[in-house]
Design a protein. Sequence first.
Length: 217
Amino acid sequence: MNEYYRILSELPGTDYEESVAFLRQKLSVYLTAHYESQFGNADVRHFNDNVNRNYLLYFDCTDDYGGDIDSRAARMVFIFAKSVRNVSKRNAYRLRQFSGSFKGIPQLEGYDKGHFVAHCNDGQLDQNIYPQLKVLNRGLSPQGKLFRSMERYCQNNPGIFYFVRPIYSDLTCIPDKIDFGIFTQQGGLLLNRFDNRATGSEPALPIINFDNSIKDN
Protein backbone atom coordinates (compact mmCIF):
# COMPACT_ATOMS: atom_id res chain seq x y z
CA MET A 1 0.00 0.00 0.00
CA ASN A 2 3.01 2.30 0.39
CA GLU A 3 3.17 2.86 -3.37
CA TYR A 4 -0.16 4.71 -3.31
CA TYR A 5 1.15 7.12 -0.70
CA ARG A 6 4.45 7.55 -2.52
CA ILE A 7 2.54 8.67 -5.62
CA LEU A 8 0.34 10.93 -3.51
CA SER A 9 3.40 12.54 -1.93
CA GLU A 10 4.63 13.58 -5.42
CA LEU A 11 1.60 15.76 -6.24
CA PRO A 12 2.95 18.86 -8.00
CA GLY A 13 0.47 21.34 -6.48
CA THR A 14 -2.78 21.87 -4.63
CA ASP A 15 -5.24 22.40 -7.49
CA TYR A 16 -7.71 19.52 -7.25
CA GLU A 17 -8.29 18.84 -10.95
CA GLU A 18 -4.58 19.05 -11.75
CA SER A 19 -3.89 16.64 -8.88
CA VAL A 20 -6.51 14.22 -10.23
CA ALA A 21 -4.92 14.30 -13.69
CA PHE A 22 -1.53 13.58 -12.09
CA LEU A 23 -2.92 10.68 -10.03
CA ARG A 24 -4.68 9.18 -13.03
CA GLN A 25 -1.47 9.19 -15.06
CA LYS A 26 0.83 7.86 -12.34
CA LEU A 27 -1.58 5.26 -10.99
CA SER A 28 -2.45 3.92 -14.43
CA VAL A 29 1.23 3.33 -15.23
CA TYR A 30 1.96 1.73 -11.86
CA LEU A 31 -1.14 -0.47 -11.64
CA THR A 32 -0.89 -1.69 -15.24
CA ALA A 33 2.81 -2.53 -14.94
CA HIS A 34 2.27 -4.30 -11.62
CA TYR A 35 -0.55 -6.42 -13.02
CA GLU A 36 1.36 -7.31 -16.19
CA SER A 37 4.38 -8.35 -14.12
CA GLN A 38 2.18 -10.84 -12.25
CA PHE A 39 0.14 -12.29 -15.12
CA GLY A 40 1.88 -13.09 -18.38
CA ASN A 41 0.33 -12.33 -21.77
CA ALA A 42 -2.10 -9.85 -20.23
CA ASP A 43 -4.00 -7.76 -22.77
CA VAL A 44 -4.91 -4.65 -20.74
CA ARG A 45 -7.13 -2.16 -22.55
CA HIS A 46 -9.08 0.84 -21.30
CA PHE A 47 -12.48 2.23 -22.20
CA ASN A 48 -15.23 4.40 -20.72
CA ASP A 49 -18.49 3.19 -19.28
CA ASN A 50 -21.02 3.15 -22.10
CA VAL A 51 -23.63 5.45 -20.56
CA ASN A 52 -22.53 8.63 -18.79
CA ARG A 53 -18.72 8.46 -19.08
CA ASN A 54 -18.27 8.76 -15.32
CA TYR A 55 -15.65 6.04 -15.02
CA LEU A 56 -12.75 4.58 -16.98
CA LEU A 57 -12.17 0.83 -16.93
CA TYR A 58 -8.83 -0.91 -17.38
CA PHE A 59 -9.64 -4.47 -18.40
CA ASP A 60 -7.60 -7.58 -19.13
CA CYS A 61 -9.22 -9.00 -22.25
CA THR A 62 -7.25 -12.26 -22.07
CA ASP A 63 -9.71 -15.17 -21.91
CA ASP A 64 -9.30 -18.84 -22.78
CA TYR A 65 -13.10 -19.13 -23.19
CA GLY A 66 -13.17 -22.32 -21.17
CA GLY A 67 -16.33 -23.41 -19.43
CA ASP A 68 -14.50 -24.13 -16.19
CA ILE A 69 -14.83 -21.53 -13.41
CA ASP A 70 -11.11 -21.98 -12.71
CA SER A 71 -9.99 -21.22 -16.28
CA ARG A 72 -8.42 -17.89 -17.22
CA ALA A 73 -11.06 -15.20 -17.46
CA ALA A 74 -11.25 -11.69 -18.87
CA ARG A 75 -11.45 -9.40 -15.85
CA MET A 76 -11.12 -5.94 -14.37
CA VAL A 77 -7.65 -4.62 -13.57
CA PHE A 78 -8.74 -1.30 -12.04
CA ILE A 79 -11.27 1.52 -12.46
CA PHE A 80 -10.93 5.28 -12.17
CA ALA A 81 -14.17 7.10 -11.41
CA LYS A 82 -15.73 10.49 -10.68
CA SER A 83 -18.35 10.40 -7.96
CA VAL A 84 -21.93 11.21 -8.93
CA ARG A 85 -25.38 10.63 -7.48
CA ASN A 86 -27.38 8.03 -9.36
CA VAL A 87 -31.16 8.30 -9.07
CA SER A 88 -32.03 5.70 -11.73
CA LYS A 89 -33.79 2.49 -10.83
CA ARG A 90 -31.72 -0.67 -10.57
CA ASN A 91 -32.27 -3.07 -13.48
CA ALA A 92 -32.73 -6.15 -11.29
CA TYR A 93 -33.96 -8.35 -14.13
CA ARG A 94 -30.92 -7.71 -16.32
CA LEU A 95 -28.59 -8.22 -13.36
CA ARG A 96 -30.14 -11.63 -12.70
CA GLN A 97 -29.60 -12.57 -16.34
CA PHE A 98 -26.02 -11.29 -16.46
CA SER A 99 -23.37 -14.06 -16.20
CA GLY A 100 -26.03 -16.63 -15.36
CA SER A 101 -26.83 -17.94 -11.92
CA PHE A 102 -24.26 -18.51 -9.16
CA LYS A 103 -26.42 -21.29 -7.74
CA GLY A 104 -24.88 -24.74 -7.81
CA ILE A 105 -21.32 -23.45 -8.34
CA PRO A 106 -19.29 -24.30 -5.20
CA GLN A 107 -16.61 -21.68 -5.93
CA LEU A 108 -19.28 -18.95 -5.97
CA GLU A 109 -21.07 -19.94 -2.79
CA GLY A 110 -21.33 -16.89 -0.55
CA TYR A 111 -20.95 -14.41 -3.42
CA ASP A 112 -23.24 -11.77 -4.95
CA LYS A 113 -23.03 -10.14 -8.34
CA GLY A 114 -21.38 -7.00 -6.98
CA HIS A 115 -20.42 -3.73 -8.66
CA PHE A 116 -16.89 -2.32 -8.78
CA VAL A 117 -18.55 1.09 -9.10
CA ALA A 118 -21.67 0.99 -6.96
CA HIS A 119 -25.09 1.43 -8.53
CA CYS A 120 -25.65 4.43 -6.23
CA ASN A 121 -22.57 6.01 -7.87
CA ASP A 122 -23.85 5.40 -11.44
CA GLY A 123 -22.23 1.96 -11.75
CA GLN A 124 -23.57 0.05 -14.76
CA LEU A 125 -23.50 -3.70 -15.51
CA ASP A 126 -21.32 -5.63 -17.99
CA GLN A 127 -17.62 -5.40 -17.08
CA ASN A 128 -18.51 -3.56 -13.86
CA ILE A 129 -19.95 -6.77 -12.34
CA TYR A 130 -17.84 -9.30 -10.41
CA PRO A 131 -18.24 -12.02 -7.74
CA GLN A 132 -18.29 -10.05 -4.47
CA LEU A 133 -18.66 -11.55 -1.02
CA LYS A 134 -22.23 -11.17 0.19
CA VAL A 135 -21.12 -9.85 3.57
CA LEU A 136 -19.01 -7.20 1.83
CA ASN A 137 -21.57 -6.26 -0.81
CA ARG A 138 -24.46 -6.05 1.65
CA GLY A 139 -22.60 -4.44 4.53
CA LEU A 140 -23.18 -7.44 6.83
CA SER A 141 -19.69 -7.58 8.35
CA PRO A 142 -17.36 -4.94 9.87
CA GLN A 143 -15.48 -4.73 6.57
CA GLY A 144 -18.78 -4.65 4.68
CA LYS A 145 -20.03 -1.74 6.78
CA LEU A 146 -16.82 0.17 6.07
CA PHE A 147 -17.01 -0.65 2.35
CA ARG A 148 -20.59 0.60 2.16
CA SER A 149 -19.69 3.76 4.08
CA MET A 150 -17.01 4.55 1.48
CA GLU A 151 -19.56 4.07 -1.30
CA ARG A 152 -21.91 6.47 0.50
CA TYR A 153 -19.08 8.97 0.93
CA CYS A 154 -18.65 9.00 -2.86
CA GLN A 155 -22.40 9.32 -3.37
CA ASN A 156 -22.63 12.26 -0.96
CA ASN A 157 -19.58 14.10 -2.36
CA PRO A 158 -20.10 14.48 -6.12
CA GLY A 159 -17.09 15.29 -8.27
CA ILE A 160 -14.34 13.56 -6.27
CA PHE A 161 -11.88 11.11 -7.80
CA TYR A 162 -11.73 7.53 -6.58
CA PHE A 163 -10.41 4.19 -7.78
CA VAL A 164 -11.20 0.52 -7.25
CA ARG A 165 -8.55 -2.13 -7.80
CA PRO A 166 -9.17 -5.89 -7.54
CA ILE A 167 -6.18 -8.00 -6.49
CA TYR A 168 -5.98 -11.57 -7.81
CA SER A 169 -3.99 -14.64 -6.78
CA ASP A 170 -5.13 -16.84 -9.67
CA LEU A 171 -6.49 -16.55 -13.22
CA THR A 172 -10.20 -16.43 -12.35
CA CYS A 173 -12.43 -13.36 -12.19
CA ILE A 174 -12.76 -13.65 -8.38
CA PRO A 175 -10.52 -11.11 -6.62
CA ASP A 176 -8.81 -12.04 -3.37
CA LYS A 177 -8.91 -8.44 -2.20
CA ILE A 178 -10.28 -5.06 -3.25
CA ASP A 179 -8.39 -1.78 -2.87
CA PHE A 180 -10.76 1.19 -2.60
CA GLY A 181 -9.20 4.65 -2.61
CA ILE A 182 -10.86 8.08 -2.48
CA PHE A 183 -8.96 11.32 -3.14
CA THR A 184 -10.77 13.90 -1.02
CA GLN A 185 -11.28 17.56 -1.86
CA GLN A 186 -8.95 18.33 1.05
CA GLY A 187 -6.12 16.46 -0.70
CA GLY A 188 -6.15 13.38 1.54
CA LEU A 189 -6.40 9.73 0.60
CA LEU A 190 -9.10 7.57 2.13
CA LEU A 191 -7.79 4.09 1.42
CA ASN A 192 -8.67 0.58 2.53
CA ARG A 193 -8.05 -2.99 1.40
CA PHE A 194 -10.96 -5.40 1.71
CA ASP A 195 -11.02 -9.20 1.72
CA ASN A 196 -13.10 -10.85 -1.00
CA ARG A 197 -12.52 -14.55 -0.41
CA ALA A 198 -14.79 -16.74 1.69
CA THR A 199 -12.49 -18.00 4.46
CA GLY A 200 -14.96 -18.57 7.28
CA SER A 201 -13.54 -15.80 9.47
CA GLU A 202 -12.90 -12.12 8.95
CA PRO A 203 -9.49 -10.54 9.68
CA ALA A 204 -9.09 -7.33 11.64
CA LEU A 205 -10.95 -4.28 10.37
CA PRO A 206 -8.95 -2.07 7.98
CA ILE A 207 -8.00 1.43 9.09
CA ILE A 208 -9.47 4.56 7.49
CA ASN A 209 -6.65 6.98 6.81
CA PHE A 210 -6.99 10.58 5.59
CA ASP A 211 -3.31 11.30 6.11
CA ASN A 212 -1.41 11.85 2.86
CA SER A 213 1.98 11.03 4.35
CA ILE A 214 3.75 7.84 3.32
CA LYS A 215 2.74 4.93 5.51
CA ASP A 216 1.48 1.39 5.28
CA ASN A 217 -2.02 0.61 6.57
